[in-house]
Design a protein around this ligand. Structure first.
Ligand code: SF4
Length: 251
């Protein structure tokens, strides 16, 4: 197993294509590498690429907030059947979830930005941390064209994970960082990959779902809206930089 450092990034950076890159990561890190997905288009493309690189032994995980669209759970079932694998579900820690709901109620995300961030922390970031506890390499579907905040995203980043005083490096890899949405859609179509039903429909007035999170916090966007406008729409629909905390440096 290779150490996680800048020399490793330099070696991996020489591998341009996502398929061979995933194959190399699986060869080096085996079950210490996994794709984290919430069922978006890029995540589905990555699963297909990883399956071709590593077979059904690849690890895939999701953070189940208990608030996902029924269509998202259906997609996970479909992917599991199609690729003959099991998607690992990481869920919010019971104590923190109970304490948050008791203090602020189920719908705290409507109250303020701080409470939305708290909810995302408990329902998404803490489960994701449980997944990272088992990994050296975290593969994500981040792409530079998804929002202004993600415009600078590169293929590799070293993050520090763990409790204060016990942190260790994890390699975060976005193999499709430079792909456009059109490229991803072309790949999915050409390879007959199962995709999220809601990401494939056009709604009246040109509205469509650009990305999908929890059911109450996600709405479709109009033809001229920023891509992240549909998330937590009651705060500011023109804000292109909305994030749930998974891809931000810890506060
Ligand atoms: Fe909570 Fe909404 Fe974030 Fe889901 S998207 S974790 S319901 S604030």
């Amino acid at each position: 197993m290779s150490l996680i450092n800048n020399e490793l990034i330099a070696e991996l950076n020489a591998i341009q294509q996502p398929g061979p890159l995933l194959a190399e990561l699986y060869r080096r890190y085996r079950d210490r590498v996994a794709i984290g997905t919430s069922g978006q288009l890029t995540g589905c493309a990555l699963i297909d690429l990883a399956y071709k690189a590593a077979g059904a032994k690849m690890r895939v995980f999701t953070n189940d907030t208990y608030r996902l669209f029924p269509e998202t759970y259906n997609l996970f079932n479909q992917l599991e059947k199609h690729y003959r694998m099991k998607i690992e579900r990481f869920t919010p820690p019971e104590l923190e979830l109970k304490a948050m709901v008791q203090q602020y109620g189920e719908y705290l995300f409507f109250d303020s930005k701080e409470r939305q961030e708290l909810c995302c922390h408990v329902r998404k970031v803490l489960p994701n941390n449980k997944a990272l506890d088992t990994l050296d390499v975290w593969i994500t579907g981040l792409r530079a064209d998804q929002s202004k905040a993600r415009a600078g995203v590169g293929r590799f980043e070293i993050i520090q994970h763990g409790l204060e005083g016990k942190k260790r490096p994890i390699l975060k890899v976005a193999p499709l960082a430079s792909w456009t949405e059109a490229q991803v859609r072309d790949y999915l179509k050409a390879n007959k990959v199962p995709v999220h039903k809601l990401l494939d429909v056009k709604l009246p007035g040109g509205y469509y779902y650009e990305s999908l999170g929890c059911i109450l916090c996600t709405t479709p966007i109009g033809p001229n809206e920023p891509r992240r406008a549909g998330r937590w729409r009651w705060f500011n629909s023109s804000d292109e930089n909305k994030e749930c905390g998974l891809h931000l440096p810890p506060k």
